[in-house]
Design a protein around this ligand. Structure first.
Ligand code: PLP
Length: 223
């Protein structure tokens, strides 16, 4: 039997105060989210918009919902009224859509640029050069209803700890270099890196936000 409460306590006890824990509840039933909520957890991450909306509708309204998956632009509208932070933004086009939907609700939506740091070919994300180009672009200034609050990255799926550490290190280095782009809608303060298998390394390398699923809820049957 998995004890969600014990798992959560074990993690929150060991992470520094400046690191925010996102409980990744994708594929988990609402009852499990509620169990974590009752243990004090308030920030949850989902990777499918529809699943997040369904949980938002039935769960307590003081939950912060984080979209951590790859975005389909046509679905942004379903979460625009409540999403707390969108982690996986990797194109200007997606930012434009988020801006458009945020405007309809007269709010600003916080976004993280997803950076590709892993060597695997399948992962989404911008290169450092692409991210810089976006941050420097004139067009970005036209997006008044988004705030780029930092970066997100996923390390390679490997047992090679030094590979993982090197990838996180490179992302932290890039993150630190972004302060020069600070503007009304660029305020890099969040570095979202680290999952169940590698969050300890991520924290050592400067993560401020970890996204942890299976170490809290147990193994998932599918992704
Ligand atoms: C599923 C997922 C996680 C959590 O993965 P675990 O290994 O279960 O902790 C974190 N980040 C993203 C982007 C994910 O899709």
């Amino acid at each position: 039997m998995v004890s969600i409460k014990n798992n959560l306590n074990n993690i929150t006890r060991t992470i520094p105060e400046n690191v925010t824990l996102i409980a990744v509840s994708k594929t988990q039933p609402a009852a499990s989210v509620l169990e974590a909520y009752q243990a004090g957890q308030r920030a949850f991450g989902e990777n499918k918009i529809q699943e997040m909306v369904e949980k938002f509708d039935i769960l307590p309204k003081d939950i912060e919902w984080h979209m951590i998956g790859h975005l389909q632009s046509n679905k942004v509208k379903y979460m625009a009224h409540f999403v707390h932070l969108i982690h996986g933004v990797d194109s200007f086009k997606t930012l434009q859509e988020i801006n458009k939907q945020a405007l309809k609700h007269n709010r600003s939506i916080n976004c993280l640029l997803e950076i590709k740091i892993a060597s695997e070919a399948t992962k989404f994300g911008l290169s450092f050069a692409e991210a810089e180009k976006l941050l420097k672009s004139e067009e970005l200034k036209s997006l008044k209803n988004i705030n780029i609050a930092g970066l997100m990255g996923m390390a390679s799926f490997t047992d090679g700890q030094e590979i993982i550490r090197g990838e996180f290190k490179s992302l932290k280095y890039f993150f630190d270099s972004l302060q020069k782009y600070k503007s009304f809608n660029v305020n890099p303060a969040i570095l979202s890196m680290g999952m169940s298998g590698d969050y300890e390394i991520a924290i050592e390398e400067g993560s401020t936000m970890i996204r942890v699923g299976s170490a809290i809820f147990g193994l998932r049957n599918y992704n």
